[in-house]
Design a protein around this ligand. Structure first.
Ligand code: PLP
Length: 424
């Protein structure tokens, strides 16, 4: 069957035809593809068309699709049980690995998604501090939890308004929204409301307004102000965990948050999230403490073994400088092609994630990201798809590379991008 026919059918049974909104390609126009299979750096649609995949399932697949060791571990485990609803030995192994690798984590609780991790972290921070207010940054996404699905008003530091239908205004008002990378706004907010702020949650490298690398001063001020006022600092490392380095952004920048949220790579492509931090904080979580949080499939052995194998590979192979070189080759190549065509652009990148923004100015927060030409991005996306290159279907997302991508993939991708640009 064709992509279009299947998607029409999908729309009859699922809202918008998808299980997560951005998959409908609304931000770029055109029809979404329906996936048949994937392997390594490639993905195929139901029409048999092959794409080099720079979406990588939005980040988890740092080893590429279906890495043989991960698949074998899942296969072996599946024969011994899919879920027990009781503690299993793999949970203990993975929790130990996380505590050893992520600098600020002494204890960790597994959940099934990034959203669950951030939601639970906020609840824990509110319980620990006995305060209500949460600070978040405009353009950062932390999953679809009510308190975090808010947008800012027109001022620099504003109390949130619901970012979607269904979030009560009363709840949105408990979230203070500040511009990313603006350390002065952080100081001002703490000066005014510091005694009532439970926590600050931040993507220590933003990925959800497109990639925005933080000023070191910004992260430093976050750490200093939260400490000064007794609020907790939450690093949402759902994307950056095991991506920008084994120990995440906190290891890279040398700044320890109080609570860390993990997801994506942690589960190696299986549904998995986690939140962790200092023992003194984590021991407030039930049944040790009085902050309730639970999950039927939490710690399920399939996600555990996929996570263990993925992190074992990363620990053994230490692929970060290779991935960085590969990413640089792609980023430099794209930039060169765009310069030749005289197309204004900026590329923000770190480690093996990057975003190409169609804009003239530097992108350092959501406001500057939004100055990008999204129509141009839509045309670029569709031309790339036509050439067999899959990138995130939105200007405000990150491209990811994996260990399965080869130098040859990058050469081929650049050739195809050149052709695509020629057709614009
Ligand atoms: N936090 C960040 C930084 C994310 O990028 C995402 C998802 O993309 C989430 C949280 C939510 O994770 P999930 O989609 O697994 O609920």
């Amino acid at each position: 069957m064709r992509n279009t026919d299947l998607f029409e059918m999908a729309k009859r049974y699922m809202p918008g035809g998808v299980s997560s909104p951005v998959r409908a390609f609304k931000a770029v126009g055109g029809n979404p593809i329906v996936v048949e299979k994937a392997k390594g750096s490639k993905i195929w649609d139901v029409e048999g068309k092959e794409y080099i995949d720079f979406l990588c399932s939005w980040g988890p697949l740092i080893l590429g699709h279906s890495h043989p060791l991960v698949v074998e571990a899942i296969f072996q485990q599946a024969q011994k049980g899919l879920s027990y609803g009781l503690t299993n030995v793999h949970e203990i192994t993975l929790s130990q690995m996380v505590c050893q690798l992520v600098p600020s984590i002494e204890k960790v609780r597994f959940v099934s998604s990034g959203t669950e991790a951030t939601m639970s972290a906020i609840r824990l921070a509110r319980a620990y501090t006995k305060r209500k207010y949460v600070v978040k940054f405009d353009g950062c996404y932390h999953g679809h939890y009510d308190s975090l699905l808010v947008s800012g008003g027109s001022g620099v530091a504003t109390f949130g308004v619901p970012g979607t239908a269904g979030v009560p205004e009363e709840l949105a008002k408990l979230t203070l929204v500040l511009p990313y990378n603006d350390h002065l706004a952080v100081k001002e907010a703490f000066n005014k409301y510091g005694e009532d702020i439970a926590c600050v949650i931040v993507e220590p490298v933003a990925g959800n307004m497109g990639v925005v690398v933080p000023d070191f001063e910004f992260l430093k001020v976050l750490r200093k102000e939260t400490e000064k006022y007794g609020a907790l600092l939450i690093f949402d490392e759902v994307i950056t965990g095991f991506r920008v380095s084994l120990g995440g952004a906190q290891e890279l920048f040398g700044i320890n948050p109080d609570i860390t949220c993990l997801g994506k790579i942690l589960g190696g492509g299986m549904p998995l999230g986690a939140y962790g931090g200092r023992e003194e904080i984590m021991d407030l979580v039930s049944p040790q403490g009085f902050v309730y949080q639970a999950g039927t499939l939490s710690g399920n052995p399939l996600s555990m073994v996929a996570g263990i194998k993925t992190i074992e590979m990363l620990t053994k192979e230490k692929p970060y400088s290779y991935l960085e070189l590969l990413t640089k080759k792609l980023v430099d190549g794209i930039s060169e092609l765009l310069k030749e065509k005289g197309i204004p652009h900026r590329i923000n990148w770190i480690a093996s994630m990057f975003t190409l923004f169609f804009t003239r100015g530097d992108v350092r927060d959501f406001k500057s990201a939004k100055a990008s030409d999204v129509d141009m991005f839509g045309k670029f996306f569709r031309a790339l798809l036509g050439q067999g290159i899959l990138i995130p279907p939105s200007q405000f997302e990150a491209w990811f590379l994996s260990l399965a991508h080869t130098q040859e993939d990058i050469d081929i991708a650049l050739e195809k991008i050149k052709k695509a640009l020629g057709s614009l």
